[in-house]
Design a protein around this ligand. Structure first.
Ligand SMILES: O=P(O)(O)OC[C@H]1O[C@H](O)[C@H](O)[C@@H](O)[C@@H]1O
Length: 297
């Protein structure tokens, strides 16, 4: 199984992780949470933001990278009734991000490496959730891109209802000069304004705490701009909702594993199925949620 040229296991703090050291790129994924914490083409910085205060501890969500929010996104009480009815907890963002996933496969070529991680049905006997499902995450790395595909299969005998997100943390030199392009004209729910609905005009800008769920169009890639330069493009599929989040200065003080000033250096743009975009799966059916990240040039 370990006869790979570029891929090997490492320890990050107290967690096991898969490291891919390819001549053209490097990537690191923790088995806990199937959590991608580092991706960079050779010579580049990490495309993902990782907190200066990150801790790699069993049972603790990692602050940064791409947490997998599954099989529900956000707080249960704000989920659609069909999702909420499956939950016996107040905890946000599901249990997949702190569960131990297993390494299900690695495929290497001269140009790309793919890593497949699985959360088995046995691991999913979670007392707080009544669903029966399998989750698989396929990560694919190349010299110019990084993609994640989360596949959920309903293993139960009745319909399964999920919300979910690839909760991507991105770095920025200065949040005040950061823009998210590609959401103009989209409706969004502003969770900081009593969950009322608004329509986005122009690019998304940040001046403090921001926590919104956009009804986005997967045909329209999102561009993360630092001043006039597009740093990275995000292409979604299987998703009609995007969460845009920055904690701002006050919430930053209360967040775990987060320096108070770090809110100026990061943002989250989360490829999601949230609110009305919840997914319902008949027995045996699968849902695919994907994110492709590339640099703009
Ligand atoms: O602190 P966490 O549980 O990781 O959540 C971090 C953030 O995740 C999402 O983006 C939510 O929209 C925010 O309301 C939440 O604060």
């Amino acid at each position: 199984m370990t006869n790979w040229q570029y891929t090997h296991m490492i320890r990050l703090g107290e967690l096991d992780a898969v490291e891919v050291r390819h001549p053209a790129f490097i990537a690191r994924v923790c088995l806990q949470g199937a959590h991608l914490v580092h991706f960079a083409p050779t010579g580049q910085d990490n495309w993902l933001w990782l907190s200066e205060q990150v801790q790699f501890l069993p049972g603790r969500s990692i602050r940064g990278g791409v947490p997998i929010c599954w099989p529900w996104f956000g707080v249960p009480e704000k989920n659609p009734p069909a999702v909420r009815d499956q939950l016996r907890t107040d905890a946000a963002h599901g249990f997949a991000r702190t569960a131990l996933w297993s390494l299900a496969g690695v495929a290497e070529s001269a140009d790309a490496v793919s890593v497949r991680l699985a959360l088995s049905a046995a691991d999913l006997q979670a007392p707080q959730w009544s669903g029966e499902a399998r989750a698989e995450l396929l990560l694919t790395f190349t010299a110019v891109s990084c993609s994640l595909e989360l596949v959920t299969t309903n293993l139960g005998a009745s319909p399964l209802h999920i919300t979910q997100a690839l909760h991507t943390y991105l770095p920025t030199p200065d949040i005040h000069n950061t823009r998210v392009h590609g959401l103009a004209g989209c409706r969004y729910i502003d969770t900081l304004q009593e969950w009322q609905e608004f329509e986005q005009r122009g690019p998304v800008r940040f001046s403090g705490e921001t926590d919104r769920i956009y009804y986005s169009n997967p045909q329209q890639p999102l561009g993360i701009y630092h001043a006039e330069t597009c740093a990275v493009q995000l292409e979604a599929s299987g998703s009609h909702s995007t969460v845009v989040w920055n904690p701002g200065p006050e919430k930053a003080q209360r967040l775990s594993d987060f320096l108070p000033a770090a809110w100026t250096r990061m943002l989250c743009v989360e490829t999601a199925n949230a609110l009305d975009d919840a997914q319902s799966l008949e027995p045996g059916d699968s849902a695919h949620l994907s994110l492709m990240m590339r640099t703009a040039n």
